[in-house]
Design a protein around this ligand. Structure first.
Ligand code: HEM
Ligand SMILES: *[C@@H]1O[C@H](CO)[C@@H](O)[C@H](O)[C@H]1NC(C)=O
Length: 347
């Protein structure tokens, strides 16, 4: 029976690669890969059915252990998927260190002294390599870690499309260009998402990721002391919340002090992020402008998610699958990195 499965698996995979290579011949212009959800992306929820069926059973216990040690790590791992996918697609480019032909994205402004979780990715990847050598990509490892972290924090579960391959390049400049800054206006946030084929619903739903995790003072300090280059605070900040933040983040120094993005339930994936925004207690400018930015559709979604957690979860699942489908490398493109920190050395 086992050997029949292996043969069937080989046929299945061979036919997948053949059809994949016809659809996307090598050298195909990367910019033209389809973006968005659905089968058109070519990823598949049972991609590892025959080659590593136990992948998720390997990932989850490692996540559990890491989250028990430090609940924030769930947020950090979820954010890695975002910072991977918005920069040349979900290809694990974010994990590459500096090397002869690689300028690491870890040095880009939105990432520097900020993104974290690499040790957990390394631990998961090592366990996957031991069980299923040369099979599960670093890009899929990030996606599995993000899904597992969401679920273990009390958020929704989704059937995760898999089959991404890993890039042989990183792009620090593109990381600076494509990752939105926390002081962006609503108009610009919409543009950053549009560039990735994501719409207003995706922007509002995925911002709900800020229901877990933390931010450094430097990421929201402008709101406290000089919101509009007038040495005044952001007047959309609720007064008592402003005072709490100002005492944690002085005018000078303290840039690396941290505050929870959702102070009501910082490690629970729920809809309290949206409730806080309605009260003027969103931490980042990019959070609060979803409500105050004068876009009726976006403000309406914030209110709906604040009132209806089920709706938030439904939209979130749809949007995070869409985000995870941005420009995956497939077929003969990319590789399965052995070590997520560097491209394979061909011998
Ligand atoms: C809408 C545009 C977004 C902006 C401007 C933004 C910006 C930020 C900033 C500035 C931080 C804090 C970084 C620091 O101070 O070190 C942060 C944290 C975080 N972001 Fe976003 N983000 C956005 C969207 C997203 C999306 C789409 C996701 C995931 C799908 C996400 C997930 C997270 C998580 C989970 C954290 C906490 C990380 C931790 O505690 O380690 N963000 N974000
Ligand atoms: C956002 O912050 C950056 C860096 O501090 C600054 O150069 C930029 O002008 C700010 N943008 C807005 C809209 O305030």
């Amino acid at each position: 029976m086992a050997s029949i499965n292996i043969v069937l698996g080989a046929i299945f995979i061979a036919s997948f690669y053949l059809s994949g290579s016809l659809a996307f011949p090598p050298g195909h212009d990367e910019g033209a890969h389809p973006i968005g959800n659905g089968p058109i992306s070519g990823l598949s929820t049972d991609y590892y059915k025959f080659t590593c069926p136990q992948a998720d059973e390997i990932v989850v216990p490692i996540l559990k252990k890491a989250i028990a040690k430090e609940p924030r790590i769930a947020a950090s791992l979820l954010r890695l998927l975002f910072h991977d996918c918005f920069v040349q697609g979900c290809d694990a480019s974010v994990l590459l260190d500096d090397a002869e032909e690689v300028v690491s994205e870890k040095k880009a402004i939105p990432n520097k002294n900020s993104i974290r979780g690499f040790e957990v990715i390394d631990e998961i990847k090592a366990a996957l390599e031991e069980a299923c050598p040369n099979t599960v990509s670093c890009a899929d490892t990030i996606a599995l870690a993000a899904r597992g972290s969401t679920v273990l924090s009390g958020g929704p579960y989704w059937e995760l499309p898999l089959g991404r391959r890993d890039s042989k390049t990183a792009n620090m400049k593109l990381a600076n260009k494509n990752l939105p800054p926390p002081n962006a206006t609503l108009h610009r946030l919409i543009k950053f998402f549009q560039r990735q084929g994501l719409d207003k619903v995706d922007l509002v739903a995925l911002s709900g990721s800020h229901t877990i995790g933390k931010a450094r003072c430097v990421s929201f300090k402008q709101r406290l002391y000089n919101q509009h280059r007038d040495n005044r605070p952001d007047n959309t900040l609720e007064k008592s919340f402003y005072h709490t933040l100002a005492s944690a983040c002085p005018h000078t120094g303290g840039d690396d002090n941290i505050r929870s993005l959702d102070f009501v339930s910082p490690s629970q994936f729920d809809n309290s992020y949206y409730k806080l925004i309605l009260e003027g207690k969103g931490l980042l400018n990019s959070d609060e402008v979803l409500w105050t930015g004068k876009d009726p559709e976006i403000a309406g979604l914030v209110k709906s998610y604040a009132e209806n957690e089920q709706l938030f979860f439904e939209h979130y699942v749809n949007s995070i699958i869409k985000m995870g489908n941005i420009n995956p490398l497939m077929g003969y493109n990319g590789e399965i990195r052995k070590n997520c920190h560097r491209v394979n050395q061909d011998i």
